[in-house]
Design a binder for this molecule. Sequence first.
Ligand SMILES: *Cc1c(COP(=O)(O)O)cnc(C)c1O
Length: 397
Amino acid sequence: MGKFNVDSNGFYGEFGGAYIPEILYDNVENLKKAYLEILDDSAFQKEYHDLLRDYVGRPSPLYLAKRLSEKYNCKIYLKREDLNHTGAHKINNTIGQILLARRMGKTRIIAETGAGQHGVATATVCALMNMQCIVYMGATDVERQKLNVQKMEMLGATVVPVTSGNMTLKDATNEAIRDWCCNPSDTYYIIGSTVGPHPYPDMVARLQAVISEETRKQLLEKEGKETPDYVIACVGGGSNAAGMTYHFLDDADVKIVLAEAAGLGVNSGESAATIHLGKVGIIHGSKTLIMQSEDGQIEEPYSISAGLDYPGIGPLHAHLARTGRSEVLAITDDEAIAAAFELTELEGIIPAIESAHALGVFGQKKFKAADVIVLCLSGRGDKDMETYVRIKEESKK
Ligand SMILES: *Cc1c(COP(=O)(O)O)cnc(C)c1O
C-alpha cells in the first residue's frame, strides 16, 4: 500500500501515533511487535477466514438496490454487512482480535461500546472462545440500547454502566482504558473501531479490509471491473469506512464519500461532526481531529445514533479528509431518519441508524446516471426499532 498506509510509528501524515500512560507501554509495544506477524501467519489467516465464512456468514452479498438506484438515477450497490452474525460489521474485527488475544496468551477481555454492537460482537466471540468478558458502556447508551445490553448479558458478559461525562462512548472508552491500566498483564483490550493508540487503527482497518477485498471480486463478477466510481460509508470512529475503502485507497479513480453525524446541525452545538468541527489534539492514545473548545476541553458530542456519538475520529480518516482523498458530508438526525424510512420503503431493508447516515448522502449529493456506487450498509436496524417507532409516532401528532 502507498501513501495512505500507516508508517512504522503509527502515523498517517500528521495523525495517529501512540500517546499512552507509562503503565501500558509494554502492552502496546508487545502488540505492536506481534500484530503483523500474527495477522500474516497462515494458520491465523485460515482460522480467521474459516470463522468469517462459517460463523459470520461471509462473504456478505453485494446487492444491486434497483429501486433506490432508480430514485437517485445512478447504480447503487449495498455491501450487506447488516447480514453478518450479530447484525453489523463489528464482528469482522472481534473475531480477528480474539484470535490474536489467544495467541498472545491473554485470558481476560475488555471492550468499550456505544450502540452496543461492538459489545455484542465482543461478548459473542468471548462465548465462542470461552473467555471472560467485561464491557464498558455509557449509562445513556445502556438506556437507549436495552436489547443489546440484554444480549451481552445472555452471552455471559458483564456490562458496566459508566456514569461520567455525558455517559456515552467517549466515557466508556476512558473507563476501559482505566481497567486496562489496572490489569495490564492478563487483559486484552478489544477496541471496536479504527481509534486508539497504534497499532489499533491499522490492525482494525486490516481486519475490516475483508469488506473491500470481497467487493472487488463481486464487482468484477457483476460489472466486469473491480473498481466502482464511488464508495460511501458512515464514520463514527471509522472502522466500516476503513474496511469499505481499504483496497481502493490507491485507486485514484475511486472517489470516497463519508458521512459523519451532524446531529441537530453542524453549527447547532449539538452534533458529532468531528471532521467538520474538529481541531488537532490527542484522545484515547491518538493524535487526531477532536471536537474541543478553545482551551482544549473535549466537547460533548451529540447524535441520535449511539454508534456515531464520538468526539474524535480515527487518524486514517483525519488524514484522508485533510489530504482531500475523501469528501466528508455531515448528515443530520432528520436526514438519516428520512433515509432509513426510504430504504425500508424502497428495498425492504431496515438499516441501522448509523448506516442511514451513509444513505443520507443521496439527499445531499448528485451522481451521474453512469456512476457505479458501493455503499457500506454497516448494520441492521433491529436495535433502533424503538427510536424509529417513536419518531413515526411523533410525526403523526
Ligand atoms: C459501530 C457502528 C458504526 C460506527 O463505527 P465505525 O467504526 O465508524 O464503523 C457504524 N454502523 C454500525 C451499524 C455500527 O454498529
